[in-house]
Design a protein around this ligand. Structure first.
Ligand code: MAN
Length: 350
């Protein structure tokens, strides 16, 4: 086994019981997949808080936001044969999918990177409007000049796409709308322009022909994206045989852009791998993990809301060290440290 992640001994860092629900009618089911950033010398997390309504016996209730931005509840009879509840994350009723939870993004700060607190000055970020009526999820944060770019999953009955909001102070946000239309998620913007252009990794899905692959797009302004190129596909019999998607913003090393990504099998076992992209032309893949650099091996990564999952979309880089924040079993926020040198060695690149 090639797992080279050193897990924080006091993992999980954050669990559902640690935060208050957004509303008295909701309960927090999962805290997961935080976006991560440095702000005024503090470590900031944008934690995905997945909530559901309090459940009544014999009934399954799922929450959605209505046009007025209020949570509305849809109830299903648990004995109804048209109801399929085999996936903890998504239910199907009569051919239509609903998420079991609705997610918003909660801002937390820390002075030491391990103890996080909320502050009334920095309110949570909720889904707004028709394209976010099933919530917002899994935010990546890229700091470009002095502006934080938040790329996150917009979920609604229209489909799953990528939204962009920007901020300088984490209090005032500019909504830039949907930058990658459905079905698309896992979007990580590079923090530096390359030859004058912005670049972003993203993950469209094309189930009829193609699959769930990692793509690269370029942009003159960071808002309008084009010249899409497929740079990494699923690989049979490997940890990323069914789907893969970018993690946080790529890390610039002298060997290339290093991207830690998630790969999953048909059985929904989620591991992390690494991919190295050319510094000058990131559509060129220089190296890619044969084996995962991190696998769900700790108990809290194997059992929980949706077990056998390690998933990351946020880190802080300090010299050789990657302080990696990740979601474990879709239920907890955890921390692990990885060495850039060790990852490059595993890629046979040092
Ligand atoms: C998948 C999972 C869920 C997520 C939905 C919508 O089913 O990643 O966690 O809520 O997609 O994005």
């Amino acid at each position: 086994m090639a797992d080279i992640a050193i897990r924080y001994k006091q993992n999980p860092l954050l669990s559902p019981k640690d935060l208050k629900p957004s509303d008295e009618n909701m309960i927090i089911e999962c805290l997961l997949n935080p976006g991560v950033f440095d702000f005024n010398g503090k470590t900031g997390l944008l934690v995905r808080v997945a909530e559901r309504t309090i459940q009544k016996e014999g009934i399954l209730s799922v929450p959605v936001y209505n046009d007025a931005g209020k949570v509305e509840i849809i109830n299903f009879d648990l004995n109804d044969p048209k109801l399929d509840t085999s996936d903890a994350r998504v239910i199907n009723y009569d051919g239509k999918n609903y998420l079991t939870t609705i997610s918003h993004l909660r801002l937390l700060f820390s002075d030491d990177g391990t103890t996080f607190y909320e502050s009334e000055e920095y309110p949570s970020i909720f889904g707004e409007g028709v394209y976010e009526s099933y919530g917002i999820e899994d935010c990546r944060v890229a700091l470009i000049n002095d502006t934080y770019h938040l790329t996150y999953t917009m979920v609604s009955a229209n489909g799953v796409g990528v939204g962009l909001r920007t901020t300088k102070d984490w209090k005032n946000f500019e909504r830039k709308g949907m930058i990658f239309s459905p079905h698309n998620k896992d979007c990580a913007i590079f923090e530096e322009r390359i030859n004058g252009k912005f670049y972003a990794l993203h993950r469209p899905s094309s189930p009829e022909l193609g699959g769930n692959y990692m793509w690269l797009a370029e942009s003159p302004d960071g808002i309008h994206w084009g010249n899409h190129k497929c740079i990494a596909k699923t690989r049979e019999r490997k940890f990323d045989s069914r789907r893969l998607g970018a993690g946080a913003t790529p890390i610039k090393t002298d060997k290339g852009w290093l991207e830690i990504y998630h790969g999953a099998t048909a059985e929904n076992r989620y591991c992390l791998g690494a991919i190295l992209l050319d510094l000058d032309d990131p559509s060129i893949v220089i190296a890619r993990s044969e084996e995962p650099i991190m696998e769900p091996i700790a108990k809290y990564e194997q059992t929980g809301f949706f077990g056998n999952v390690v998933f990351t979309n946020g880190h802080i880089v300090d010299g050789d060290n990657i302080q990696l924040y990740y979601g474990a079993s879709d239920e907890h926020v955890c921390l692990a440290n990885l060495s850039i040198r060790e990852i490059l060695t595993q890629l046979n690149f040092l």
